[in-house]
Design a protein around this ligand. Structure first.
Ligand code: UGB
Length: 431
């Protein structure tokens, strides 16, 4: 056996005998083969872990960028955002495949503004209805990006591609009673999502003006009627209302610190074609047609509940009026350069109708009797009545609702029957 010294200090050739040399060569050869083998193993392991890391990164990025990105996608965004009238605007409509989002987008496009929708297509209610709205928008040249307002990278990308002049922020977790079932969804969309959107707006250059959907529910337990913007809004009756009220405060800070132009719209129970299946007028219609009972809530002392139901076309006019009159944001790259407008308006109909009266109108339009189950209003976040004072909106936005509940529900029922037919059975019933 070679000595340790031999191994480390190889002898000069010719100094060792032959047997010793063969032995040494064999040993060296064996040693180098096993080293090579080890190296090979090491390389294979390295390659394998590199490949699996790559696939992890790939699948990860696929998860985060599920359905956005790429040259084709960017082209669709740009084309959709193109302004086709002088003095027009380019608007990012969040909740673009939602009820109000769809109608506002169509109205903007129709008059030549650029519109890009953004919607996460969640399954709070039947996503196939949202997909159908998306198809409708697509037919009118409006591209709806599939993504969440909490995705900061996506928002930054959108502002990178298009210098949006306005953001119409309608994406939200809606519904008053569902907040007891899934409270966190309200925090996710109405608080975290709102902050994520405002962060993107404040960093954009130029900063867009923001018009967004607050809610009549912020008046909560307020008893003074009709509800005016200056009335107290510190007694919310539901978590939904509390998140909308929080939104009003959050938008105020972004206005104050970063100079974002903000207009908050307090919508009053909006209804109409392409509406939300979680709302009473919608699922009452479905149940009446299917011969199923409906539950009608009644207030204290057997007083009927009432809502200031507002037709979608009137709401659209209020939204466009808000966009048209929104002053500019004053900041750039996250810095405020002067005061910017902060406005809040009621968008209601100014004529509340009781829930039993709403049922009566539906019965007449459907030519069918409802099977009514009348119960006392459970403590689920509902308020007994809503009634908007709209003088501010009338004065500042030229807002003037023109559709009463009879006329609006007639249009809704016509749409419902053409969309679902008389036997609507599929779809996720939320209530
Ligand atoms: O203005 C708003 O800010 C909100 O308007 C809407 O809320 P609401 O006014 O509560 O509408 P909606 O659910 O259609 O109930 C209508 C009436 O039917 C009664 N109602 C309801 C369900 C039922 O099973 N029975 C019943 O009597 C119920 O008690 C109520 O009196 C939006 O959903 C909400 O997202 C928000 O935008």
């Amino acid at each position: 056996m070679p000595s340790l010294e031999d191994e480390f200090f190889p002898s000069t050739p010719g100094k060792k005998d032959r047997a010793h040399t063969i032995n040494r060569q064999f040993h060296r050869c064996f040693a180098s083969t096993s080293t090579m083998f080890l190296w090979a193993l090491f390389l294979i392991a390295l390659t394998a872990s590199y490949l699996s890391f790559q696939s992890l990164v790939h699948s990860g990025s696929r998860y985060f960028t599920a359905s956005w990105g790429g040259i084709q996608w960017e082209k669709q965004v740009r084309t959709s955002a193109q302004i086709r009238r002088s003095g027009g605007m380019s608007v990012l409509v969040t909740g673009g495949a939602g009820f109000v989002g769809t109608h506002v987008s169509l109205a903007l496009k129709k008059r030549g503004d650029g519109v890009v929708g953004l919607d996460n297509f969640n399954n709070y209610y039947d996503p196939s209805l949202k997909k159908a709205r998306k198809a409708l928008l697509n037919n009118h040249g409006i591209f709806v990006v599939e993504g969440d307002i909490n995705d900061a990278r996506l928002l930054a990308k959108l502002f990178d591609i298009v210098a949006f002049t306005h953001v119409m922020h309608l994406a939200a977790q809606a519904g008053v009673r569902y907040a007891m079932e899934n409270p966190h969804s309200y925090v996710h969309s109405n608080i975290a999502g709102l902050v994520s959107l405002l962060e993107a707006c404040k960093s954009a250059n130029p900063q867009p003006a923001v018009v967004w959907a607050s809610s009549s529910s912020v008046y909560g337990l307020n008893e003074k009627v009709p509800f005016s913007e200056s009335d107290r809004t510190d007694q919310p009756a539901s978590l939904y209302a509390a998140t909308k009220k929080a939104g009003e405060e959050i938008t105020h800070t972004y206005n104050h610190i970063y100079g974002l132009s903000i207009t908050g719209l307090r919508f009053f129970t909006v209804y109409g074609p392409w509406g939300r299946p979680d709302m009473a007028y919608f699922f009452f219609t479905r149940n009446i047609l299917q011969g199923k009972p409906i539950t009608v809530y009644r207030g204290k002392n057997r007083v009927d509940l009432a809502r200031d139901f507002t037709y979608i076309d009137d709401i659209v006019k209020g939204c466009l009026g808000s966009l048209d009159t929104a002053g500019k944001s004053t900041g750039s790259r996250g810095k405020k350069h002067g005061p910017a407008p902060y406005r809040i308006f009621n968008l209601g109909n100014t004529s509340p109708v009781t829930v039993p009266a709403l049922v009566g109108i539906l019965e007449r339009n459907l030519k069918m009797k409802a099977k009514k189950n009348i119960i006392d209003m459970p403590g689920n976040g509902d308020v007994p009545f809503t009634h908007a004072n709209i003088s501010s909106a009338r004065r500042e936005l030229g807002y003037k609702p023109t559709t009463d509940l009879q006329t609006g529900l007639k249009k809704f029922v016509r749409w419902y029957l053409s969309y679902y037919g008389y036997n609507h059975v599929q779809g996720k019933a939320v209530n």
